[in-house]
Design a protein around this ligand. Sequence first.
Ligand SMILES: Nc1ncnc2c1ncn2[C@@H]1O[C@H](COP(=O)(O)OP(=O)(O)OP(=O)(O)O)[C@@H](O)[C@H]1O
Length: 250
Amino acid sequence: MDFNPILHVDHVRKSYSDTPVLKGINLSIFQGEFVSIVGKSGCGKSTLLRIIAGLEDINEGEVKVNGEKLTTINDEARMMFQDGRLLPWKTLLQNVGLGLTGDWKPKATYVLNSVGLKDRAGHYPSSLSGGQKQRVALARALVHEPELLLLDEPLGALDALTRMEMQNLIESVWKENRLTAILVTHDVEEAVLLSDRVIVIGEGEVLLNKKIDLPRPRSRSNPTFHHYTEEILEVIMEESCVKKSECKIV
Ligand SMILES: Nc1ncnc2c1ncn2[C@@H]1O[C@H](COP(=O)(O)OP(=O)(O)OP(=O)(O)O)[C@@H](O)[C@H]1O
């Protein structure tokens, strides 16, 4: 990891109509980092990720990518969504190869193999399980060799075991490809398992920016792991409990 921020979010404010969602977010993300964004439902996590992807306008502040102000789609980034967003009329190979030009098939095949779907290239998305669909969605992001992988709750709809397999896969592709990754998740354990830093957002601001100082691969049964999840949950809970009438763990 070096010390040039690949991404700098500077005093970003965002409102929908007259309702403020982000009220001055400051964040630097460094090359090679894995950073998770957590917080209660509706706090603006996905909005922030879309802003980083260049898919959303902002009201104030700026986003810089490799020192350059972001004014349009972020070409350095690829996004993976919870629902995979595969095209049902295209084969898995064609889905992965979308947007590639020239002799795209060898590259798409290589990346599809790398996510464990070696013999499924000619199949259609309808024949896949939820976990397999997310493998294709991951391959579709990776094939473009992004500097920045943006993960918007990609494992939220998966069963617990498939989710653990996918967490391992995401960690290994992040490492092997030396990516910078930003993960939006509701799952604080998932955030601690995968991240170098966990950012808690609440009330439109960054409430906590926590470095996770644990060797990889991480074990959920490690007492320090538990300590981190407790500390992060406490910040999310406090914000919910103190400032809102209803207390909800996200
Ligand atoms: N396009 C939009 N138009 C109007 N309001 C929006 C729009 N997108 C998001 N919002 C509102 O902005 C707030 C933040 O939404 P966002 O999806 O970023 O939250 P989130 O933290 O990702 O939520 P969740 O964890 O439930 O997915 C919510 O109140 C939401 O209703």
